[in-house]
Design a binder for this molecule. Structure first.
Ligand code: 1HE
Length: 275
């Protein structure tokens, strides 16, 4: 019995999706699952549109989101059967539609945890890089075969992936076709957790439930203020940090949590268990 078994289909418009399955648990977590395993969850226009719609239209009580892929692979990237038909002008619009969907993922209402197995490739890596936390199982492998296919990243990868692994590692992956296994990907910064095979989804759900229990303004600050401050010059960043800190501290949720700690009702910070 996995944690994912406590999820029920989301009702309303999100129950009508064809390539994406949307479910929700009783802890404020929505689970979106790419449901094209026969095509290794390759991202065609319809799937990108559904992902955008599901993220923008998440039910109001959703406080964290898990994204995963059905089958042995998280995602094989761009559906290459779409590409040959596209003009240059259509290519720009296509890339912008991915940007809109993945911006909705990164800067939406709720933090996103992705569960990764097998191929996390091309646009699949770009999708994963838009999330706030990446959990990979040991079968996961990361690659950017755009170089070998004669194309370039178009789903935000050139902006987001260097922020995770640096320009030098991304250049190596694109120029040489280097593939990183899960442990190498962890060391490089492609993901934050590695689990046993088949355990990434449960771990992602566990993390999402923890995130959903945070004060909403803290999550908002981490999602929306933190990456913007990191892009600012230090002086501007520190100024925005002060404003965000004051807003978060002024919220009743923060005051209650601090009272709970002082009254010994809240958990202490624990040392990690020795492995
Ligand atoms: C696909 C795709 C796809 C699989 N587009 N149809 N991405 C790539 O260059 C990765 C291409 N895919 C692969 O390298 C492999 O398929 C995998 C390593 C991901 C999985 O291998 P495997 O052996 O499990 O599956 P398969 O037999 O290769 O594929 C099963 C089916 O999925 C097969 O179709 P079928 O009709 O013959 O059954 C494949 O053709 C199909 N399939 N991947 C279309 N990507 C916004 S810019 C982003 C740019 C990119 O993402 S470039 C990277 C593209």
């Amino acid at each position: 019995m996995t944690d994912s078994s406590s999820f029920a289909p989301v009702e309303g418009p999100l129950s009508q999706l064809g390539l994406l399955r949307a479910t929700q648990d009783g802890h404020g977590v929505m689970h979106l699952s790419l449901a094209r395993p026969a095509k290794r969850n390759a991202l065609n226009d319809a799937l990108i549109a559904e992902l955008h719609m599901a993220l923008a239209g998440a039910p109001a009580d959703v406080r964290a989101i898990v994204v995963s892929g059905e089958g042995e692979h998280f995602c094989a990237g761009l559906d290459l059967s779409d590409l040959s038909e596209r003009s240059v002008a259509e290519g720009v619009l296509h890339s912008r539609s991915w940007h809109a969907a993945f911006d909705q993922l990164q800067f939406g209402r709720a933090p996103v945890v992705v569960a990764l197995q097998g191929a996390v490739v091309g646009g699949g890596f770009e999708l994963a890089a838009s999330a706030h936390i990446r959990v990979a199982d040991r079968t996961a492998f990361f690659a950017l075969p755009e170089g070998q296919r004669g194309i370039f990243v178009g789903g935000g990868g050139s902006a987001r992936i260097p922020r995770l692994i640096g320009v030098a590692r991304m250049s190596d992956m694109m120029l040489t076709g280097r593939v990183l296994g899960a442990e190498e990907a962890l060391a490089a910064g492609c993901c934050s957790y590695v689990t046993e095979p088949g355990a990434a989804l449960d771990k992602a759900i566990e993390l999402a439930r923890r995130i959903a229990a945070n004060a909403p303004l803290s999550n908002f600050a981490v999602m929306h203020a933190l990456p913007r401050i990191a892009d600012m010059a230090q002086g501007e960043g520190l100024f925005v940090e002060s404003l965000m800190a004051a807003i978060a501290q002024g919220d009743e949720a923060a005051k209650q949590r601090i009272r709970d700690f002082l009254d010994k009702r809240a958990a202490k910070v624990e040392r990690p268990q020795q492995s």
